[in-house]
Design a protein. Structure first.
Length: 108
């Protein structure tokens, strides 16, 4: 008789929350915006490894609009965003705003 191969346990994916809509999802599906610890400013962390204070946004255009036009992102990062940082974030947000968003159906 052959022994059964051991099944690998399913790895849990880290969960993060969008700072605007408060939806919780896998960390990899959200965009991390970080205030770098070395004082170089605010940037988009594509790998999720940059040290510093981070905030997560989902890919909904409405969340990006509220984050860029309000003070929610300033509060989440404990900083005031410069004009250059806002411009860079706005350019990144354009790809979410230009794509058609999927409509979520409410099942009752």
């Amino acid at each position: 008789m052959m022994a059964k191969p051991k099944a690998r346990p399913v790895r849990r994916q880290p969960q993060r929350t969008c700072i605007i809509c408060r939806s919780t999802t896998d960390k990899r599906r959200l965009v991390r915006i970080v205030r770098a610890a070395d004082g170089t400013g605010v940037l988009i962390d594509k790998r999720g490894k940059v040290p510093g204070r981070g905030a997560y946004l989902c890919e909904q255009a409405s969340c990006w609009e509220r984050a860029l036009h309000g003070h929610v992102l300033d509060r989440a990062l404990n900083t005031t965003l410069s004009g250059e940082a806002l411009q860079a974030l706005s350019e990144h947000a354009l790809k979410f705003m230009s794509e058609p968003t999927a409509v979520k159906e409410n099942s009752q």
